[in-house]
Design a protein around this ligand. Structure first.
Ligand code: B12
Length: 244
């Protein structure tokens, strides 16, 4: 049975979140809305400033990503699906999101990594035919921060490449992201490639991305599913027998 931890994990307040300020909840919510709105209006400067403000107030980077950036992107994606926005709008929303994640949030996440102790090796990438990598990059950064050695193959990666690299580095886990319903089947191909390479019994698999579900992972014989980066860390740890 595929392992997955309850969805919506990010909605629960974390004890580790330190937020200075009197009316913390409402102010925090206001900043998340500011970030999400600025993503939706494609205003890079506003996105970056709001993210900097949130960080300076001590808001957890993963919360900023999920409740601000990802929320804004999802709304833009939904409007695109309904025909209210066009591809250029997806691009315009992705740019400030990527910049905020790469330049402000990932460094902050990695700073928390502290002393390096390798929990295990994770080979991760976005599957062939798919260039969506914002979510994959966040998952990779969170796994790194948690203590995993992360080998990020990048995006548009054929199934065989995942298996080849996993064998080469002696990976404990292979993780793959798919954001399109047309590229989701590549996750199944990865399992097949691991079998063909003769290493399926040595490597755990973890899958994610918007169209991916626990049922799908179960169906393809995968080991773990995670809805977001925080859950991905928990599932990855459990897959290799580490308790939180
Ligand atoms: C930004 C974006 C783009 C950007 C991507 C930029 C980039 N560098 O990533 C650009 C403009 C390039 C783009 C292009 C396209 N896109 Co687009 N895009 C989006 C959008 C709006 C946001 C995706 C995103 O970054 N979300 C924020 C991140 C943080 O969330 P996330 O990716 O889901 O990741 C989280 C979890 O899923 C999970 N996770 C992710 N990966 C992994 C991996 C593992 C191992 C684990 C455990 C967990 C995990 O953890 C992450 C962090 O919390 C989505 C809308 C949506 N609802 O997802 C559409 C969306 C994915 N795109 C869509 C489409 C159709 C396209 C195009 C085909 C459009 C076109 N006509 O050309 C192209 C495809 C290009 C290609 N070949 O890949 C559709 C897909 C529909 C479908 N069901 O197939 C969506 C859903 C929009 C929609 N509602 O119609 N897109």
């Amino acid at each position: 049975m595929a392992l997955y931890l309850g969805a919506k994990g990010l909605n629960r307040p974390s004890k580790k979140n330190v937020f200075k300020g009197e009316s913390s909840m409402s102010e925090k919510e206001k900043i998340f809305e500011e970030i999400s709105d600025a993503i939706q209006s494609f205003e890079e400067e506003k996105v970056l400033n709001a993210v900097k403000k949130a960080l300076s107030l001590g808001v957890d980077p993963s919360e900023i990503i999920e409740k601000g950036i990802a929320k804004g992107l999802r709304i833009v994606g939904d409007k695109y699906e309904r025909g209210e926005l066009f591809l250029m709008h997806l691009v315009a929303a992705a740019e400030p999101a990527q910049k905020a994640v790469k330049e402000l949030l990932e460094p902050e996440i990695k700073k928390k990594a502290g002393e390096r102790k390798s929990l295990g090796k994770v080979v991760i990438g976005t599957v062939q035919g798919d260039i969506h990598d914002i979510g994959k990059n966040i998952v990779a950064a969170m796994l790194f921060a948690a203590g995993f050695e992360v080998i990020d193959l990048g995006k548009d990666i054929p199934a065989e490449e995942f298996a080849k690299k996993a064998k080469e580095v002696g990976a404990n886990i292979v993780g793959a992201s798919a954001l399109l319903s047309t590229t989701l089947p590549v996750q199944k191909e990865i399992i097949e490639a691991l079998k063909a390479m003769g290493i399926r019994d040595k490597v755990k698999t973890i899958f994610g991305g918007a169209p991916c579900t626990p049922e799908w992972v179960e169906e393809i014989g995968g080991d773990g599913y995670a809805e977001n980066a925080i859950e991905a860390v928990k599932v990855a740890k459990r897959l290799i027998g580490i308790k939180d």
